[in-house]
Design a binder for this molecule. Structure first.
Ligand SMILES: [Zn+2]
Ligand SMILES: [Zn+2]
Length: 426
């Protein structure tokens, strides 16, 4: 542990040469709970032999705790600490760097201010540190590798814990992402992205949250895990529902219309009651709003509307059929929610005859999946004309060709079009 006799970091053991590093004194080291957790991890295997299997258990073992505190606080020489380990300590880095330079120049005899043993009262292990520092690349020893699954498990538990602050959750998740891959079960890589995305969302950091939900969705898509995909899409919709009203200036007409959509959908219940049809109709009327944000908002709210009761499903299918007959532009958007009833998987296509079996013969449509022309996300359950499946179609940012169907992308919340060069209705 003596800095005078070694050219290595006294915390992690990394090699150091003049004039690098930081020179700390014992008091600065032992007052830092992060250091103590690091210390515990470093000796985890030895402690496990004593029956002490967690940092909590280590702290709650008075004998062990006192022994370690005495040993480390008793260090009278200064501590040489490398550039990455110094992050653990709340010290004035300019000063510690200068002391390190002096120490190298003096051949290891320089004594920084405050050098010497620390009183036991200076030891502080108790404040739970947000995360344990990762060993520097290439420095992971046999024991570290052995303890890795347990460490990953502990980190994941903390990341998911209610009450963990956003920064800590993000830091732990980012670290976990460097430690596990898609084959990992505990934690599941997609879930790590979702947990980090949720914590970004809690801070209104929409782009970062959306990026994480998208990465999770990509993983579930590759795995063809429909419930994982549905979960990601639900979170994306929730994100847009939170984000869109913040973009409307308070008191504006747009804000009022968004408010209106919000109330219409917030009142909806799982049971189908006498007022359900009125509320839904109210919500659906906004799918034709001139403002794309209001349309998108209504569409995302419809996507989350609790249409579980059979009467509710039947009502929506009927409404959809009427829109189709009237060649109402909203038909495509309403039909998308109808498409959700089919639970389309990542690669599914529902040709007309199967749709008839599931939704009734009057829904003369096929349902397909198509990637968004803006962001490339594979949107599912899009209603197209019967022959739309067998006639070549393309994803476009604007209306195009002989016939096109409007789609709202669940990921980027922008409208795109499925377009046919030959009209599939004839
Ligand atoms: Zn170090
Ligand atoms: Zn998109």
């Amino acid at each position: 542990m003596s800095a005078q006799s070694s050219g290595v970091c006294d915390v992690c053991g990394a090699g150091l040469s003049a004039p690098s590093g930081h020179l700390l004194v014992t008091r600065e080291v032992v007052r830092e709970p992060k250091y103590w957790e690091h210390y515990y991890r470093k000796h985890e295997a030895e402690f496990a032999l004593l029956g002490v299997r967690s940092y909590e258990a280590f702290k709650n073992n008075p004998d062990l705790r006192e022994m370690c505190a005495k040993t480390l606080a008793g260090q009278s020489t200064p501590w040489m600490v490398c550039e990455s380990c110094v992050d653990m300590f709340g010290v004035d880095r300019q000063a510690t760097r200068r002391y390190a330079e002096e120490w190298w120049q003096s051949g290891g005899t320089f004594a920084p201010p405050g050098v010497g043993r620390a009183p036991l009262s200076a030891v502080n292990m108790d404040e739970a540190p947000p995360t344990s520092p990762r060993p520097p690349p290439g420095k992971e020893g046999f024991l570290d590798r052995l303890m890795r699954p347990q460490r990953v498990k502990r980190m994941w538990e903390q990341a998911k814990k209610i009450g963990t602050d956003a920064q800590t959750t993000q830091a732990i998740c980012s670290e976990l992402l460097g430690m596990v891959d898609e084959s990992s079960k505990e934690p599941d890589l997609g879930r790590v992205f979702i947990v980090r995305g949720n914590s970004y969302l809690g801070q209104d950091r929409y782009e970062e949250a959306l990026a994480d939900y998208s990465r999770a969705a990509d993983i579930f898509l590759r795995r063809k895990d429909l419930s994982g995909i549905l979960d990601c899409e639900r979170r994306m919709r929730f994100l847009h529902i939170s984000r869109i009203p913040k973009g409307a200036s308070p008191g504006s007409e747009k804000a009022e219309r968004l408010q209106h959509v919000h109330f219409a959908s917030a009142l909806m219940r799982i049971e189908w009651t006498y007022s359900s049809a009125t509320q839904l109709e109210d919500l659906l009327s906004h799918l034709g709003d001139p403002d794309p944000d209001v349309r998108a908002f209504a569409c995302h709210r419809l996507g989350d509307a609790p249409l579980i009761a059979p009467e509710g499903k039947k009502w929506l299918v009927d409404y959809y059929r009427k829109c189709l007959l009237a060649e109402d532009d909203r038909a495509a958007l309403v039909g998308r929610r109808v498409g959700d009833f089919l639970f389309m998987g990542p690669d599914d296509v529902y040709p007309g005859d199967i749709v008839w079996m599931k939704l009734g013969r009057d829904v003369a449509n096929s349902f397909v999946n198509c990637t968004c022309a803006h962001c490339g996300y594979p949107n599912r359950g899009i209603p197209v004309p019967l022959a739309g499946v067998t006639t070549p179609y393309f994803s476009r940012k604007d209306r195009h060709g002989e016939y096109s169907v409007l789609v709202l992308c669940v990921r980027c919340s922008r409208e795109f079009f499925i377009a046919w060069d030959t009209d599939p209705r004839h």
